[in-house]
Design a protein around this ligand. Structure first.
Ligand SMILES: C[S@@+](CC[C@H](N)C(=O)[O-])C[C@H]1O[C@@H](n2cnc3c(N)ncnc32)[C@H](O)[C@@H]1O
Length: 216
């Protein structure tokens, strides 16, 4: 039996042309803020690689590294998302992108460190996912409080952020506070919130190491 595949479409994200289809989340224009913030931070970071968790079709990370020669590792649990991420990286002309298909908790080797981590986990509370009928459930369902995958991302960031690194995590409009509480409640992660920025459709949280030489 042949699998029925929806026709892919293209959209513009920053200066990039991005391919997506009905099986994945359509790139959201406001998330360009995440790319731009990450790119600005990247300019001041030491040498090292960039990690993007829950990358989807890869546009946020691709735009973030587009002005640099950094190696970008993109992780997503969806096979179609990874296929499209490969296509989008090739179209962007970026030869230093590695797309890893798998769960974010398992896709990184224990000794890998990254100077910048970008993360865009599903963050809609399960009871409200019906409000987004066009979005694939796997891209938006964040569990009972919407934070299941946000917590997983914070755990991975805690394990893999380089000592002087930075992370830019995307969450829902009301979720910056719970993120700050989580990193305070779990000091072994070695993370602190540097700044949060709110937008109409979501929020971005910049995280760094508690002390630059304590962990990592
Ligand atoms: C909110 S979407 C973000 C995708 C992309 N960054 C975007 O803006 O369109 C969340 C992504 O996380 C992926 N995902 C969900 N659970 C995951 C997991 N446990 N490990 C890795 N990726 C996961 C989904 O496949 C989806 O592509």
């Amino acid at each position: 039996m042949t699998e029925k595949r929806t026709q892919s479409r293209r959209t513009v994200f920053g200066h990039l042309e991005i391919e997506y289809d009905d099986d994945v989340l359509e790139p959201r224009p406001w998330t360009e803020h995440q790319s731009r913030w990450a790119a600005a931070l990247l300019g001041g970071l030491p040498a090292g690689d960039v990690l993007e968790l829950c990358a989807g079709v890869g546009h946020i990370g691709l735009l973030a590294v587009s002005g640099s020669s950094r190696h970008l590792v993109q992780v997503d649990a969806g096979a179609r998302q990874c296929e499209l991420a490969e296509i989008n990286a090739a179209r962007a002309g970026n030869r230093s992108v590695e797309v890893r298909h798998g769960d974010l908790e398992a896709a990184i080797e224990p000794d890998e460190k990254f100077v910048l981590v970008i993360a865009d986990p599903p963050w809609v509370v399960s009871a409200r996912t019906d409000d987004h009928p066009d979005d694939p459930l796997s891209a938006i369902d964040g569990g009972r409080d919407g934070l299941d995958l946000v917590r997983s991302c914070l755990d991975v960031i805690g394990r893999h952020l380089a000592p002087a690194g930075a992370a830019v995590l995307q969450v829902g409009p009301e979720q910056s506070e719970p993120v700050a509480r989580y990193v305070t409640d779990w000091p072994h992660l070695g993370l602190r919130v540097v700044e949060s920025r709110s937008y109409e459709d979501g929020a971005l949280v910049h995280l760094a190491r508690l002390t630059q030489d304590a962990t990592g």
